[in-house]
Design a binder for this molecule. Sequence first.
Ligand code: FAD
Length: 287
Amino acid sequence: MLLKDIFQQKDRTFSFEVFPARTPEGDIRLIHEILKEFSLLKPDFISCTYGAGGGNRDKTLAIVEHIQKAYDIASVAHLTCICHTKNEIATILKKIVAKGIKNILALRGDYPKDNTNAPIDNYKYSSELISYIRKEYKNQFCLGVAGFPEMHPLSSNKELDIKYLKNKIDCGADFVITQLFFDNKLYFDYVKSVRQAGIKTRIIPGILPITSYDGLIKFCKGCKASVPEEIHNTFAPIKNNSKKILEAGIKYAIKQCKELLNNGAPGIHFYTLNKVEPVKEIISIVR
Ligand code: FAD
């Protein structure tokens, strides 16, 4: 199902991001346990990453196809362009069509840390990927893009960052999912600026339930998301007590999601890190 049809029916969506496992055992657990448990929470859609953080790219389409076929849940394939040739992208899109996948989160991606040699014949920005998909496939896909409440780390200023977001929408994107953030003011200010720039699409906030303090610091360093003092003060003293961290992470996310939803956010996209329990608890309260 196209996400834009779901968006027409629902003011709010609750969705999950998963990532392909790194081991064959992990694959089995993801396919047979984790996704099954997530499906029982009846999300509006599930998205699967593509090579994020140097992770796997080959399994994304199979996972997305499985989510649709096994659970009849709308799903979204992330697709990054910078490390592929244009021919490779054309081939991947043919596979996406063959698998009956209808929704794509169209991204630039990043060069791997150990190899900055991208193919020369590539799409340099997600907007170029979007333009290509729209040219070749018209309205066959619903296309999402990434948005950055703190601006993308490579952007020189927020105005320019939003100008490029507007370009992605003008090239044919239908919705935006944001980078994670912990201070809701970042999201509200971002949405305000985005609307002032004339962008009308949904800006779905991306929320990471905290399950590990050290993991959080590493994750945020990787994607250059800021960590407020409140988070350090709450989580650092209990960082070696996994039960307390989990409880505090759920409490923080519930507070964050409630405030977002009460102030007009069109749902929540959970960065699940393939962990069911926290999302299950949070969604049971905030939905
Ligand atoms: P772009 O939109 O191409 O923007 C990249 C930079 O270029 C920005 O600074 C932008 O302002 C600037 N820019 C854009 N257009 C132009 C232009 N025409 N001229 C000059 N500058 C321009 N990464 C993965 O590898 N796999 C994933 O599955 C994945 N999933 C993600 C999901 C979400 C919701 C988010 C928020 C991020 C995800 N990422 C993923 C990370 C993403 O790939 C990186 O943040 C990447 O650095 C930027 O991708 P983008 O699509 O935003 O790039």
